[in-house]
Design a protein around this ligand. Structure first.
Ligand SMILES: [Zn+2]
Length: 102
């Protein structure tokens, strides 16, 4: 049993390290005008399987609605409007608001 748990934890650690690499890879793919949907799906799969909590900087790059990786000027639009930062996903036309003022 102990060995099984250790194996699971190791896999989780590896997945956590893999996600930022995958996101940077997706950005490179979209620069060459190729869809990064496959990579986004893989990131989402890893998140769900190992129950990984991402850092806020990475978390904001992923759309809450369609789980696409949002890249400003290519895939998404970022605007500020008094207390909020507004991310607009062009894949599914979904808005996400992040409050920065208290
Ligand atoms: Zn979206």
């Amino acid at each position: 049993m102990k060995r099984k748990i250790a194996k699971k934890l190791k896999a989780k650690k590896e997945a956590k390290q893999l996600i930022p690499i995958l996101i940077s890879k997706a950005k490179a793919l979209t620069r060459a005008k190729k869809p990064s949907i496959k990579v986004a799906k893989k990131v989402n799969y890893l998140r769900n399987k190992f129950k990984i909590k991402l850092e806020t900087t990475i978390k904001r790059q992923i759309c809450n609605h369609c789980k696409a990786i949002m890249i400003p000027s290519l895939n998404a639009r970022v605007r500020t409007k008094s207390p909020n930062i507004i991310w607009f996903c062009r894949e599914c036309k979904h808005y996400t608001k992040i409050r920065y003022k208290k």
